[in-house]
Design a binder for this molecule. Structure first.
Ligand code: ADP
Ligand code: MG
Length: 234
C-alpha cells in the first residue's frame, strides 16, 4: 500500500446554527488514488474539499495532507501549504481574464518564488501536454469552456502538487468537453497524480476515478473501494 496523502479523522464542521455540513467524517486517500466524492447538492462535498485544501477549518477532528496538519494552520500557513501541496480546479475555472493563458498558468510558480525562466518553460510544456499550447498568448475570454478548464488544470499542476482537487470540474461544460476533462484527469492519475474529484456527474466519476465515496447529509454513506468496483459499475 502506498503512503496516505489525505487523512481525515473524525472531522465535523457546522455553519452557524445549521445542521452539521460534515459529521464525524474519517477518510484516508493514498498516493496514486483517484477518488470521486459523489452526493446530492448540500451534502457537504465542497465543505470536505475546502477542509482538505485548508480553505476552511473543522470544528473538531484532524486533517493531515502529505504530512502537514492542515486543521491547525493560520492564514499565512494555509496559503503556503496550498502553494506547496494543492492544485485546485473549480467549476467556473477561476482564471484571471486580464492575464494571458500563459500568465495564468505561471502565477502559482511566481507566488512560490520560482525563477521566471524555469516557470515560463514549465508553463509552456504543460500547455503543450494539455493540447492548448497555441493559446499561450491568448486571453481566457477567447477560449471555450473545455479549453479554459484545461488552462485551469495546467495552472493547478504548475507547482507539481502531490494532490489535485477538483470541485465539479465538468459542471459548466457541455458533455463532450466534460468527457475530455474526465480523460485528462484519468491520464494524470495514470501518470501517478493523486486526485480527488467532487462531482454530481456519475459518468465523470466512472471515467476518471478508482474509488467512489458518497456523502449524504454530511456523512459518508457508501464507499466503493478499488478499481474493480469501478469496473463492475461500467
Ligand atoms: P455540496 O458541495 O455537497 O453541495 P456544501 O459543502 O457546499 O455542499 O454545503 C453543505 C451544507 O453546508 C449545506 O447545507 C450548505 O447550505 C451549508 N454551507 C456551506 N457553506 C456555507 C457557508 N459558508 N455558510 C453557511 N452555510 C454553509
Ligand atoms: Mg459544492
Amino acid at each position: 500500500m502506498t503512503a496516505p496523502v489525505i487523512e481525515l479523522c473524525d472531522v465535523s464542521r457546522r455553519y452557524d446554527d445549521g445542521p452539521p455540513a460534515l459529521h464525524d467524517v474519517s477518510l484516508t486517500v493514498r498516493a496514486g488514488e483517484a477518488v470521486a466524492v459523489l452526493g446530492p447538492s448540500g451534502s457537504g462535498k465542497s465543505t470536505l474539499l475546502n477542509l482538505i485544501a485548508g480553505l476552511d477549518r473543522p470544528d473538531t477532528g484532524t486533517v493531515t495532507v502529505d504530512g502537514v496538519r492542515v486543521d491547525g494552520l493560520g492564514e499565512a500557513g494555509a496559503a503556503r501549504y496550498r502553494r506547496a501541496k494543492i492544485g485546485m480546479v473549480f467549476q467556473f475555472f477561476n482564471l484571471l481574464d486580464d492575464l494571458t493563458v500563459a500568465d495564468n498558468v505561471v502565477l502559482p510558480a511566481q507566488l512560490a518564488g520560482m525563477g521566471r525562466g524555469g516557470a515560463a518553460r514549465r508553463a509552456a510544456e504543460l500547455l503543450d501536454v494539455l493540447g492548448i499550447g497555441r493559446y499561450a498568448d491568448a486571453y481566457p475570454g477567447r477560449l471555450s469552456g473545455g479549453e479554459r478548464q484545461r488552462v485551469a488544470v495546467a495552472r493547478a499542476l504548475m507547482n507539481r502538487p502531490p494532490l489535485l482537487l477538483a470541485d465539479e470540474p465538468t459542471g459548466a461544460l457541455d458533455t463532450a468537453s466534460g468527457e475530455d476533462v474526465g480523460r485528462l484527469l484519468a491520464d494524470l492519475n495514470a501518470d501517478g497524480q493523486t486526485v480527488v474529484v467532487v462531482t454530481h456527474d456519475l459518468a465523470l466519476a466512472r471515467s476518471c476515478t478508482t474509488r467512489t465515496i458518497r456523502l449524504v447529509d454530511g456523512g459518508i454513506t457508501d464507499a466503493t473501494a478499488g478499481a474493480g468496483a469501478t469496473e463492475s459499475a461500467r
